[in-house]
Design a protein around this ligand. Structure first.
Ligand code: 5AD
Ligand code: SF4
Length: 441
């Protein structure tokens, strides 16, 4: 039996792509293995959203060199966003690399691997596909043991936020046909899945560019109507595409969890405009207010970039003010990282690295206080938890999530996996809760 070792970096899109890679490799007789040392094939599925993520790829590739020195028959490949961006260049710079496949070329992997096996010739495929071909290539995945699942509803992005490499490495936005999405979710629910997260770079523009396709809000309504589906989430949405119809869904759809990830990026109108985000702080705050009005217990999370080119102390203060006003349950904060091919990479930037780091630390401190206050509200209350499996702590405990997507670890029997049970939150930790099964379960 041949084996492969696959490491995945980056966002949930890459996680889904890796599931597809796994299925395709199993189709040609490869089985997954947990370490690279004995594998016949080693693959990295890479992320290029920030420079740090990109550098990691080269660091990790270096780990495989001694293995290849010992076993020259080992095949090493790179896929994902760095592969898309670098293509043949990666083969030129990394002498022990055999394969490079881009974000539109995953379906070609089995043939590429077999080609290397037979000929020992290195190969790179990073061409973008046309719309029609891509529409036929949305990953349909097989039955699963898991309770929760990501379902891809669109690929690519047309927004061209000025800092972002995604449109360059994932191509133009396309929406998967709604009938196919609903069919996949029905199949998942029949195999025991209780929660799905609809996935795309910008899910709330779903259908907008496809004639005859339903809107994102209508898709949510249809998914909510699937019998047996307990919970529905989606990621990521763009503030400019939050419609009144979508906001209403949070007040009307029983399965839609009271939680939304709504990246704001900055609280300064000047910076938002330079970022090409298509909204100002007041538009954003207005949508947040409407979301809270239809769903008072909704919790928001966000992404924020600190140190965008030309960001002044005043701009940064506007971000702090907005963060305080919204009261995010969590925020993913990033130091701006220039990316090739993007518009922001050529913008003038006079702020020192030290100043940026200081701003980053101030934001982090503020957000940690706000997050702690919000999550502390859960202490001593009984919350419905969808039990997903054995806790990662490895101490025989179970873990699940609240409707707000917070991980809860607690003791209970395996038979609870897949059920929603009431759990009393006894301790609030920084990234998770500790709970006890409530008496009435
Ligand atoms: N530098 C820093 N952060 C970035 N992000 C995207 N591009 C960059 C960049 N060049 C962040 C954004 C986005 C998240 C996924 O990554 O906040 O929402
Ligand atoms: Fe990048 Fe903007 Fe598209 Fe998100 S919406 S993937 S930040 S270009």
């Amino acid at each position: 039996m041949k084996t492969f070792y696959l490491e995945t970096f980056g966002c949930q899109m890459n996680v889904v792509d890796s599931e597809q890679i796994t299925a395709l490799l199993q189709g040609i007789g490869y089985q997954p293995i947990a370490t690279p040392d004995l594998a016949d094939l080693v693959l990295l599925n890479t992320c290029s959203v920030r420079d740090k993520a990109e550098r990691k790829v080269y660091g990790h590739l270096g780990r495989f060199k001694p293995i290849k020195d010992k076993r020259p028959e080992l095949i090493i490949g790179v896929g994902g966003c760095v592969a898309q961006q670098e293509g043949q260049r990666m083969l030129d710079t990394v002498s022990y690399l055999d394969l490079v496949f881009g974000t539109h070329n995953i379906h070609r992997l089995p043939e590429m691997v077999q080609h290397v096996e037979q000929t020992r010739q290195r190969a790179s495929e990073t061409d973008f596909l046309d719309r029609e071909t891509r529409l036929n290539l949305f990953p349909e995945r097989t039955a699963t043991e898991s309770v929760t699942r990501f379902v891809t509803i669109m690929q690519g992005c047309d927004n061209f936020c000025s800092y972002c490499i995604v449109p360059h490495v994932r191509g133009r936005e396309i929406s998967r046909p709604s009938a196919e999405i609903l069919g996949e979710i029905e199949g998942l629910v029949a195999s025991g899945v209780k929660e799905v997260t609809l996935l795309g770079q910008n899910v709330n523009s779903y259908g907008g560019k496809t004639q005859g396709e339903i809107s994102f809000a209508a898709l949510l309504q249809a998914v909510d109507g699937i019998p047996g589906l307990e919970r529905l989430r989606f990621a990521t949405s763009h503030p400019k595409d939050i419609t009144a119809e979508l906001i209403d869904c949070f007040g009307t759809l029983p399965s839609l969890c009271p939680q939304i990830h709504l990246p704001v990026q900055s609280g300064s109108d000047r910076i938002l405009s330079l970022m090409n985000r298509g909204y100002c702080a007041a538009d954003y705050l207005d949508k947040v207010k409407k979301l809270k009005a239809v769903c008072p217990d909704i919790r928001l999370t966000t992404d924020i970039i600190v140190g965008f080119p030309g960001e002044t102390e005043e701009d940064f203060q506007a971000t702090l003010d907005l963060v305080e006003q919204v009261g995010y349950a969590d925020a993913f904060t990033f130091l701006y990282s220039p990316r090739i091919e993007t518009a922001a990479a050529s913008m003038e930037d006079k702020t020192s690295a030290r100043q940026k780091q200081q701003r980053f630390d101030r934001l982090l401190k503020l957000q940690q206080r706000i997050s702690a206050d919000i999550w502390e509200q859960d202490a001593d209350s009984v919350l419905p938890v969808l039990v997903e499996g054995a806790s990662k702590q490895g101490d025989g405990q179970l873990f699940g999530r609240t409707a707000w997507n917070r991980i809860v670890n607690f003791s209970g029997e395996q038979k609870l996996i897949g059920r929603i049970v009431p759990v009393n939150i006894v301790k609030v930790l920084r990234n998770s809760h500790l709970g006890e099964l409530a008496d009435d379960s």
